[in-house]
Design a protein around this ligand. Structure first.
Ligand SMILES: Cc1ncc(C[n+]2csc(CCOP(=O)(O)OP(=O)(O)O)c2C)c(N)n1
Ligand SMILES: [Mg+2]
Length: 440
């Protein structure tokens, strides 16, 4: 616009004179400086950068060694010599972490099977990622606010979400706070500081950054925690979130679960840099890559990340490397795009068995306790499902009446409610068999 106006008001000759004047002005304002070592710098609003006569490009396709993965326990459960473990796990927390991971495994297996039997419409497991979610959850404080993707049921389980609550949500019954309006697995809990899951990928990331900014303004010592997959990291929202987090300087811990797949798309097709961790420095965010199958490493890395986020009031990025051992969801058959050999080899690296070995090595757990716990947990999950199945569904009328808290329905809901009742009256075959029409 400015140039167009200039063109309109100035002749060719005077444009040239104007540009020459500008150039001279710029050349004096962009002063180069010598720091004494013979290096020249250019001082710009974005910062002071060195000058060079070398015509050299940086970056390009990945070459050379990749960023290392922090690990404290090997694949068989033995401690890694010399690993830096600033926060060792004592007996009590180790047993709690192990029991939560084992319960998560049992819960995932039984809920998955129940969905296959048609008892509810959708499920997805976190098999292979139990250490990532439970290990990180154990490192957080209860007041930290979680913005999860959808495969982080381990965080909720750690925070005390009960098997009954999981079951009520999956069955979409009257005891589910969402009353069946959300798809199964879209859990949320205000009491546990866990925002309700939203399926569109990466939308939780800017939300987490905004909430972290609010925490900063209120002087809180809590952080927000944004979980996401490596596939979601390709969304525009992820880039916006990282940059806002860095520039606004907010206490947000980003935890990327790099589990190798985004449904059928392998991680190798998701980026050309070194995974997600390499993006941290690019945005000015401290970052670490962690073995997501090593619960002790996850616990230590996230505890440190949280500490850094609070102390510096800045974001931190953790990339947890793991493998999605199950199908993407009950709507997926992953044997169509990955080999059984690959899947079998990763099943053998089960993070739950790996941690059990470590806990048994400390003499804190026995085969007998293991057997008893597995029987009890299985029973508890089955009972929770039986109970949830018996709870009636919310009535059709609540779709309209349970939206706003005021005594009267807004006119548009009133109209839609009346139309629904009329349609059900005229076409009784549309009446859902398991839902009352009007609340009793
Ligand atoms: C904006 C958007 N695009 C596409 C989808 C469909 N979709 C659902 S899950 C998924 C894969 C996500 O992969 P990743 O982030 O790696 O998480 P993972 O399932 O591996 O845990 C896709 C493409 C979606 N939900 N939202
Ligand atoms: Mg993934």
């Amino acid at each position: 616009m400015y140039l167009i106006r200039l063109k309109e008001s100035l002749s060719c000759q005077s444009i040239s004179t104007y540009a020459w004047g500008c150039l001279r002005q710029i050349s004096t304002s962009l002063k180069t400086q010598d720091d004494g070592s013979g290096t020249n710098y250019i001082d710009l609003p974005g910062g002071k950068v060195p000058l060079t006569g070398n015509l050299t490009f940086i970056g390009g396709p990945l070459q050379g060694p990749r960023i290392a993965t922090y690990r404290t326990v090997d694949m068989t459960g033995r401690p890694v010599d010399g690993a830096h473990v600033p926060n060792n796990l004592d007996r009590e927390i180790s047993i709690k972490i192990y029991k939560t991971m084992a319960t998560l495994q049992t819960m995932d297996t039984l809920f998955y099977e129940a969905q296959r039997q048609g008892r509810f419409s959708f499920y997805l497991t976190s098999q292979g990622e139990e250490a990532t979610t439970v290990g990180s959850a154990a490192a957080l404080h209860p007041e930290d606010i979680v913005f999860a993707q959808y495969r982080e049921q381990g965080v909720l389980l750690w925070r005390g979400y009960t098997l009954a609550q999981f079951s009520n949500q999956l069955f979409g019954n009257n005891k589910d706070p969402g009353k069946g309006r959300q798809m199964p697995i879209h859990y949320g809990s205000k009491e546990l500081n866990y925002h309700t899951i939203s399926s569109p990928l990466a939308t939780q990331l800017p939300h987490a950054v905004g909430a972290a900014y609010a925490l900063k303004l209120s002087g809180s010592n809590a952080v927000t925690v944004a979980y996401f997959g490596e596939g979601a990291a390709s969304e525009g929202d992820a880039h916006a979130a990282f940059n806002f987090a860095a520039t606004l300087e907010v206490p947000c811990v980003f935890i990327c679960r790099n589990n190798g797949y985004a449904i059928s798309t392998p991680a190798s097709e998701q980026y050309r840099g070194d995974g997600i961790v390499a993006r941290g420095p690019m945005y000015g965010i401290s970052a670490i890559r962690v073995d997501g199958g090593d619960v002790r490493a996850m616990y230590n890395a996230v505890r440190e990340a949280r500490q850094m986020a609070v102390a510096s009031c800045r974001p931190v990025l953790v990339e947890a490397m793991s493998y999605r051992s199950g199908h993407h969801s009950t709507s997926d058959d992953s044997s169509r795009y990955r080999t059984t050999d690959e899947m079998r080899s990763w099943r053998a690296r089960d993070p739950v068995a790996r941690f059990r070995y470590w806990v048994q090595l400390q003499d804190w757990w026995s085969d007998k306790e293991e057997q008893a716990m597995r029987v009890t947990t299985r029973q508890q999950v089955l009972e929770a499902m039986e109970e949830a199945a018996k709870v009636p569904k919310a009535s059709v009328s609540e779709m309209f009446t349970d939206v706003y808290s005021g005594p009267h329905l807004p006119w548009n809901l009133e109209e839609q409610y009346a139309n629904t009742l009329k349609a059900l009256e005229e076409s009784p075959e549309l009446k859902p068999s398991d839902m009352p029409i009007v609340s009793q």
